[in-house]
Design a protein around this ligand. Structure first.
Ligand SMILES: CC(C)(COP(=O)(O)OP(=O)(O)OC[C@H]1O[C@@H](n2cnc3c(N)ncnc32)[C@H](O)[C@@H]1OP(=O)(O)O)[C@@H](O)C(=O)NCCC(=O)NCCS
Length: 375
C-alpha cells in the first residue's frame, strides 16, 4: 500500500473551502472583508459590517436603519438565560458562561433547526444581538451590579457598554469599541470559524455551531490571547523590566502572548489600528505605561524572534485603558466574531458537504481478546 501522507500539522497552508467573506493575505499583511480593505471598513459601524457579511455589500442608509432596528429588536434575552449568568459559580470563566448562555438560546429561537437561508439570517441577527446582551450580563454580574435593560436609543457597541457598566458611555469609548468590533468581525478560516463550519456541515443548527465556536475562541492560542497579554504585561510590571523578563521567557522557551500568526508573515493589519488606539487610550487615561511596555516588547520581539504582534497584542492595552476588565477581553472578541461565524455558517450551507477527514491509525493491531473475568 502506498504510504499515506498526512496533511501538515495544524492544517497549515491547507485550503479546505472557498469563501467570499474575508481574505487574509499573510505575505502583504492585508485583510479584506467582502472585497473591502480593512483600512477602509475600519471607518464603518459594526451594524454596517453585519449588513456587509449577511448581504455581501455595504448598506445604504435605509438598509443600515433596517439592520439597526433588527438588531435592537433582538436584544432581549430570555430570563432563564440571564438567571443562569447571575447564579453561575463566580469563578467560572466568562467565556464558559457565554458558551453556555448562547447554547441555552436554542430553546428560545423560533425554528431553531431550520437551515433555510432567510431563517438563518434571522438567527444570525438574533445571535449577534443576544450574545452582546449575555456578555453584558456576565460583565455586570462580575462587578456586582444589577442587570441593565437594553437602551434602544444606543447603537450596538454603546448599548453593550451601558448594559455592562450601568451608565451611558462617553461617545469616544463607544466609538473605540465599535471600531474594535469591526476589526475582529471575521478572519478567514481561523480555528473557531473552522469549528463553526465543521459543526454546521453535519446540518446541525446555528446555535450549536456558534456554541462550539465560542469554545474554540476561548483558548489562549486563539481569542484567549488578549486576556493572556494583559496578564503578561501586569507580570512584567514596568518598561524597565520588559527586556529582562523577555530574556528569561524566551530562554525558557515560553510563547510570548500576542505575537506570531499562522498566516501573517508581516504585521497584522488589525494590529496597526489597535496600536494607534492603544496609544490614544493610554494618553487619554493618563497612563501610557502599558502602551510603552507593549511598544518595547514589540521592538524586542522583532529583534530577537522576527515575530510581529497580532490582533490580540494591542487590543489588550487598549481595552484596559478603556476600563474593561481583562477577563472580559475574549468575550468582547466573541461579540464581534459572532457575525463572522454566522456568515460562514450560512456560506457553508450554500454548497455543503459534511467535513469528514481521516486520521491515520497508528495504534496496535491483532491483540488477543481476553474475557473480562480473565483479565
Ligand atoms: C498564533 C500561533 C498559535 C500560531 O501558531 P503556529 O502557526 O502553529 O506557529 P508555532 O507555534 O508552530 O510557531 C512557529 C515558531 O515560532 C515560535 N513562536 C510562534 N509564536 C511565538 C510566540 N508568540 N512567542 C515565542 N515564540 C513563538 C515557535 O516557538 C516556533 O518556533 P520553533 O520553530 O523554533 O519551535 C502562535 O504564534 C502563538 O502561540 N502565539 C501566541 C498566542 C497568540 O497570540 N495567539 C493569538 C493568535 S491571533
Amino acid at each position: 500500500m502506498a504510504e499515506i501522507q498526512l496533511a501538515p500539522k495544524g492544517l497549515e497552508d491547507v485550503y479546505v473551502e472557498k469563501t467570499e467573506l474575508s481574505h487574509v493575505d499573510g505575505t502583504n499583511g492585508i485583510l479584506v472583508y467582502c472585497g473591502y480593505h480593512i483600512d477602509e471598513v475600519a471607518r464603518c459601524s459594526f451594524e454596517e459590517i453585519c449588513h456587509l457579511f449577511l448581504h455581501g455589500e455595504l448598506p445604504n442608509k435605509a438598509q443600515l436603519l433596517d439592520m439597526d432596528r433588527a438588531l435592537k429588536a433582538e436584544r432581549a434575552v430570555p430570563a432563564p438565560v440571564l438567571d443562569f449568568v447571575v447564579h453561575a459559580p463566580t469563578d467560572e470563566h466568562p467565556m464558559a458562561l457565554l458558551r453556555t448562555g448562547v447554547s441555552m438560546l436554542s430553546g428560545y429561537l423560533p425554528d431553531v433547526d431550520s437551515l433555510e437561508p432567510s431563517t438563518l439570517r434571522k438567527h444570525a441577527i438574533a445571535l449577534v444581538a443576544k450574545t452582546a446582551t449575555i456578555a453584558a450580563a456576565i460583565c455586570r454580574t462580575r462587578s456586582g451590579g444589577k442587570l441593565v435593560e437594553p437602551d434602544m436609543s444606543l447603537g450596538h457597541a454603546a448599548n453593550f457598554l451601558k448594559m455592562s457598566r450601568g451608565e451611558k458611555p462617553e461617545d469616544v469609548v463607544a466609538r473605540t469599541l465599535d471600531t474594535a468590533l469591526v476589526l475582529h468581525a471575521d478572519h478567514g478560516f481561523n480555528a473557531s470559524t473552522f469549528t463553526a463550519r465543521c459543526v454546521i456541515s453535519s446540518l446541525s443548527d446555528m446555535v450549536s455551531a456558534m456554541t462550539a465556536a465560542i469554545g474554540s475562541l476561548k483558548g489562549p492560542l486563539h481569542g484567549g490571547a488578549n486576556t493572556a497579554v494583559m496578564a503578561m504585561l501586569q507580570e512584567i510590571g514596568s518598561v524597565a523590566n520588559v527586556e529582562p523578563w523577555l530574556e528569561k521567557a524566551l530562554g525558557e522557551k515560553h510563547k510570548v502572548m500576542g505575537f506570531g500568526h499562522r498566516v501573517y508573515k508581516t504585521i497584522d493589519p488589525r494590529a496597526k489600528h489597535l496600536k494607534r488606539m492603544s496609544k490614544e487610550w493610554g494618553e487619554r487615561a493618563g497612563n501610557v505605561k502599558w502602551f510603552e511596555m507593549s511598544e518595547k516588547l514589540e521592538s524586542l520581539m522583532m529583534a530577537k524572534k522576527k515575530l510581529n504582534p497580532n490582533v490580540d497584542f494591542y487590543s489588550a492595552s487598549t481595552y484596559y485603558a478603556m476600563g474593561i476588565e481583562p477577563e472580559m477581553f475574549t468575550v468582547i472578541f466573541a461579540i464581534a466574531r459572532t457575525i463572522g461565524w454566522a456568515a460562514h455558517i450560512i456560506e457553508q450551507l450554500k454548497d455543503n458537504r459534511i467535513m469528514r477527514p481521516e486520521a491515520l491509525y497508528v495504534g496496535p493491531m491483532g491483540k488477543t481478546f481476553i474475557p473480562i473475568e480473565k483479565r
